[in-house]
Design a protein around this ligand. Structure first.
Ligand code: GLU
Length: 428
C-alpha cells in the first residue's frame, strides 16, 4: 500500500509550499502563519429526510488566509470529506489565488455526505440548513463559497437565496456575491460552468508553446468526467486532441482512434456516468477496459480530474505519458511526484492548471458588485490572459531558480504574499 494513504493531506500541502519557501527565502513568521488555517469552522446541523426522520450532518468551512482579499473557495459534498482534507484544499486556494494575482484569499468547505443518496428536496434542505449554520462566517466581502466536487449551480442558487433571505430586505440584492458558480439566471457568469476545463486547456496550450508541440497532435487520458474532466475533454476534443481513454466512478472507456467525446458527454449527462456507453449504439469504436488501463495506456498527456492522491508511487511508475496536467486538486502524492520527476515526466501543477474556475468566480463576483453581465468573449479573453501571464511567470521563475513547475508556482505565490505582509506587517 502506498505510504501516502496514511499521510495527512494538509501536511503534504504544507511541505509543498515549504520547499518553495526555502528556494525564495520566505521569512519564518510568514511560513508559520501559512502552515495553519486562520479559522476552522465546524457545524453539525439537523435536516429532516423525506421519510420524516432526522439526520445530523457535519459541515466544514476552513478559512486559510485573507491577506490578499476575502476568503474564497469551493464547497465539496462527498462521503470522504474530513477536516484534514478541507484544510489542505483551503491552503491550496490561497496559493492558487496568489499565483494568478486575484485579490482573494483561500478557503474551502464541505459536508460529509453522499449526494447520490438524497432526493432533490432533501438536498435543498441540506444546503439551506448548512448555509444557515455557517451564518455570518460567510459573506460577499468576507468569505465566498463556490462549487466543487459534488456541488453545482443549483446548490449555489439555494445558498444565495438562503443568505439573501437571512439578510433582510434592504440588502437582498447586495449579497448576491456571497457565492459564485450560481446559474446565469440567478446572477452567475457566462462561462463559469466550463471555466475550470477551459482553463486546463489554456494551460495545456501554453505548455505546447513552451515545449514546441502541436495541441492537435496530442493524445490524452482523462480521469474523471464531471464538471472539470467532462468540459476539458469536450474542449480538448474540439481543439483537435485525441482523447483515447476516460474514466469516472462508474467505469473506464477507451478507443485508440479517439473517443466520440460529444456522444460520451451526452451519455454521461443522461445516465449519471460513462458506464454502458461502449455497449450502446452511440459507443461505436469504444470499449470498456479495466481501470488500470487508464494509467498504462500510452498517451502524451495524462489529466487527473477527480480526487486527490490518485497518482501514487505505483501509478507514477506505470504511467506512459510525457505530461501530467493536474486538473484536480492535489492529485499527485509526494512519492508519486518524485517518481514522475525521475522518469522525466513533466507536471503542470493544480494551482495553475485548475485556476480557471476561481478566476471566472472572481469575474462573477465583480459582475455582481456592479450589477453587470459580461459577454462570453470578455470572460474568455480575460481568463486566457490571466492564465497566460501566470504561466509565463512560472516559466521565468523556473529559469531563475532552476526548479520544478510546482516549486516555481509556489515561489510566485509566496513572493506576492510576502510582499503584501511586508507592507501591512502583522497586527498588532
Ligand atoms: N472549487 C474550485 C477550486 O478548487 C473553484 C473555487 C472557486 O471558484 O471559488 O478551485
Amino acid at each position: 500500500m502506498d505510504a501516502m494513504r496514511q499521510r495527512s493531506l494538509h501536511q503534504t500541502a504544507v511541505e509543498q509550499f515549504q520547499r518553495a519557501a526555502d528556494l525564495v527565502g520566505i521569512e519564518d513568521r510568514y511560513r508559520a502563519i501559512l502552515s495553519h488555517p486562520k479559522n476552522e469552522v465546524i457545524v453539525n446541523f439537523p435536516v429532516q429526510m423525506d421519510d420524516g426522520t432526522w439526520r445530523i450532518f457535519r459541515g466544514y468551512r476552513i478559512q486559510h488566509n485573507n491577506v490578499l482579499g476575502p476568503y474564497k473557495g469551493g464547497l465539496r459534498f462527498h462521503p470522504d470529506v474530513n477536516l484534514d482534507e478541507v484544510k489542505a484544499l483551503a491552503a491550496w486556494m490561497t496559493f492558487k489565488c496568489a499565483l494568478v494575482g486575484l485579490p482573494l484569499g483561500g478557503a474551502k468547505g464541505g459536508v460529509t455526505i453522499d449526494p447520490s443518496e438524497h432526493s432533490e428536496a432533501e438536498m435543498q434542505r441540506i444546503v439551506r440548513r448548512f448555509t444557515h449554520a455557517l451564518g455570518t462566517n460567510i459573506g460577499p466581502e468576507h468569505d465566498i463559497p463556490a462549487p466543487d466536487v459534488g456541488t453545482n449551480s443549483q446548490m449555489m442558487d439555494w445558498l444565495m437565496d438562503t443568505f439573501a433571505n437571512l439578510s433582510g430586505p434592504a440588502s437582498r440584492h447586495l449579497v448576491k456575491g456571497v457565492v459564485t458558480g450560481k446559474s446565469v439566471l440567478c446572477g452567475g457568469s457566462v462561462g463559469r460552468e466550463e471555466a475550470t476545463g477551459q482553463g486546463v486547456l489554456y494551460t495545456l496550450r501554453h505548455w505546447c508553446g513552451e515545449t514546441g508541440q502541436r495541441l492537435d497532435q496530442l493524445s490524452v487520458a482523462v480521469q474523471g468526467f464531471g464538471n472539470v474532466g467532462g468540459h476539458f475533454s469536450r474542449l480538448a476534443n474540439e481543439a483537435g486532441c485525441r482523447v483515447v481513454v476516460v474514466s469516472d466512478h462508474t467505469g473506464t472507456v477507451s478507443s485508440e482512434k479517439g473517443l466520440d467525446i460529444d456522444a460520451l458527454w451526452d451519455w454521461a449527462q443522461d445516465h449519471g456516468g460513462i458506464a454502458g456507453f461502449a455497449d450502446s449504439a452511440y459507443g461505436i469504436g469504444a470499449e470498456d477496459v479495466l481501470t488500470d488501463e487508464l494509467f498504462t495506456t500510452p498517451v502524451d498527456v495524462f489529466v487527473p480530474a477527480a480526487l486527490e492522491n490518485q497518482i501514487t508511487a505505483a501509478r507514477a511508475h506505470v504511467l506512459q505519458c510525457r505530461l501530467v496536467l493536474e486538473a484536480a486538486n492535489g492529485p499527485t502524492t509526494p512519492e508519486g511526484e518524485t517518481i514522475l520527476e525521475s522518469r522525466g515526466i513533466e507536471v503542470v501543477p493544480d494551482v495553475l492548471a485548475n485556476a480557471g474556475g476561481v478566476i471566472v468566480s472572481y469575474f462573477e463576483w465583480l459582475q455582481n458588485k456592479s450589477s453587470r453581465a459580461w459577454s462570453a468573449e470578455d470572460v474568455d479573453s480575460r481568463l486566457r490572459s490571466i492564465l497566460w501571464q501566470a504561466s509565463d511567470s512560472i516559466v521565468a521563475t523556473r529559469a531563475e531558480l532552476g526548479c520544478t513547475r510546482r516549486e516555481a508556482a509556489y515561489a510566485v505565490a509566496l513572493r506576492r504574499l510576502q510582499a503584501v505582509y511586508d507592507r501591512r506587517d502583522i497586527f498588532p
